[in-house]
Structures are given as C-alpha cells and as structure tokens.
Design a protein around this ligand. Structure first.
Ligand SMILES: Nc1ncnc2c1ncn2[C@@H]1O[C@H](COP(=O)(O)OP(=O)(O)O)[C@@H](O)[C@H]1O
Ligand SMILES: [Mg+2]
Length: 248
C-alpha cells in the first residue's frame, strides 16, 4: 500500500478556538474516504489544511512522504491536490467551457489564461471532460443557466482537466436535492476510481458516506471519534457521534 497522505499530530487553533486537536492518521493511494461528524467538528478545517489553504498550528502533513509546506510550486501543487466545494466556485456569467478550462490555469501562465477568456484554449480537453460528466452539449451555455446538479458536474469537469492525484471535496452535494446529490457522488467516485485518485470528501449524510465510500473518518469536537471501514460502522457508532452533550 502506498501512503499518500500522512497527518502527524495536527492541531489547528483559531484565536482561542481549538478546531483540531492532535489529529493523526494516514491515507493510502486510491482510498475513498468520507469525513463525517457534527457541524463544527473540524471537517472544513481539516480539508483546508490538506489543501494547504491554511497552515496547521502544530504538527506536520506529509504528501508522498514530503512535507506539504514544502510543496509551494503552484503547478506541482495543482497536479497533486484539487479541491471541490459546496458552492462550486464557478463564474456564473461565463460560458461553461471557460469554467472548465480554469482547471488548466496553473499550467498555462498568465498570458494564455487571459487569452483563453477570449478564445478558449485547449478546447478539446474541456469538451472531453464535459462529455465524461454528461454535459457534452452545454459547452457554450451560460454557466448560471445550468441547474445545481449540472453546475457541480461542471466543477467535476474542471477537476478532470486539472487532473490532481488527490481530490478533496468539502460537502460537495450539500446544496443538491437527494436525486442530484446521489448522481454527483456516483460520478465523483466513478471518476476517482477511473483516474486512480485518492478521494476525501466531507459529507453530512452518513447514508451517502456508507454507500459510496470505503472508509469513514469521524470527527467530533476536533478529535478523531472513529476511523473504520464503511462496512464496520454501526448505527450505535453514528448515534454516539451525533449525540448532543447532556446538559447537567
Ligand atoms: N476562521 C475561523 N475563525 C475562528 N473559528 C473558526 C474559523 N473557522 C472555523 N472555526 C471554528 O472551528 C471549529 C471547526 O469548524 P469547521 O472546520 O468549519 O467544522 P465543520 O466543517 O466540521 O462544520 C468550529 O467551532 C468553528 O466555529
Ligand atoms: Mg464544514
């Protein structure tokens, strides 16, 4: 098994709030990991640390055995780690194709990126990615005219074009209705398997976590509550994870 991510005693403190406390675990290449736990447990903080959007207060994150803090080159980082969020982060006013090609920005440099606003560069990549997410006919549609589920598929196409080894997804289906949510999760997992990516997604639906992922990492109050294969997670585990503190 090839270890791609390793967290060693990670703590994150915001002002006075301890968001993550001495967290350690590792993830192997190709694993499909769901991050679950009540609101405020630290899921977003953890994903932002893994994406190097935030530095840890203590501890170290290793990617392929090397400190993440040393992975500074934007091109190399984009090839290693991609992130997808609940809000999709798409520019609604632009045609779908431009949003997909943003996935190549880190490889292009500024001149080509600016030019692409006028004449989409590497159109082939975008067309291919869009057809893999079932949106081959939407290349030139205004992005904001698409439904929520379609917009998240555009975000998946953008990630296909970026082609990172590790995909981090923060509540990727939270703003979708159940049918659309399953559709997007199904596609996200299928792509991760085809591309041999390592996927870590935070989800507030335990049902989806168990259905689509191999391993469930549960956080509570910034600490590891359990880390189990999806098939070993019982209803009792879930109940105690989400149980409110007794008021005494
Ligand atoms: N920028 C911030 N400043 C201060 N506290 C924060 C900040 N971001 C998150 N927190 C706090 O850190 C804890 C973990 O938050 P978060 O990682 O967003 O949890 P989750 O994604 O599991 O809901 C929460 O108590 C939250 O209020
Ligand atoms: Mg969150």
């Amino acid at each position: 098994m090839q270890e791609v991510i390793s967290l060693n005693q990670i703590t994150k403190i915001y002002e006075r709030k301890i968001a993550l406390s001495s967290l350690s675990f590792s993830v192997n290449k190709g694993e499909l990991v769901a991050l679950i736990g009540p609101s405020g447990a630290g899921k977003t903080t953890l994903l932002n640390l893994l994406a190097a959007l935030l530095p840890p207060s203590q501890g170290e994150i290793l990617i392929d055995g090397h400190p993440l803090s040393e992975l500074k080159d934007p091109k190399k980082r984009a090839k290693k780690i991609g992130i997808i969020r609940q809000q999709f982060d798409l520019v609604g006013e632009l045609p779908v194709i431009h949003n997909v090609l943003v996935g190549r920005l880190s490889e292009w440099g500024i001149f080509k990126s600016l030019l692409s606003m006028l004449i989409p560069q590497d159109k082939g990549y975008a067309a291919q990615a869009l057809s893999r997410v079932g949106l081959a006919d939407k290349l030139y549609e205004k992005t904001s005219s698409l439904s929520g589920g379609e917009q998240q598929r555009v975000a998946l196409a953008r990630l296909l074009v970026q082609s990172p080894e590790i995909v981090l997804a923060d509540e990727p289906v939270a703003s979708l209705d159940p049918a659309r949510a399953e559709d997007v999760l199904d596609l996200m997992v299928k792509i991760a398997l085809e591309e041999k990516q390592t996927l870590i997604a935070s989800l507030h639906s335990v049902e989806y976590a168990r259905k689509y992922f191999d391993r469930l990492i549960a956080l509570k109050d910034g600490e590891l509550f359990f880390d189990l294969p999806a098939s070993s997670v019982t209803d009792d585990h879930i109940q105690s994870l989400y149980k409110l503190k007794e008021i005494s």
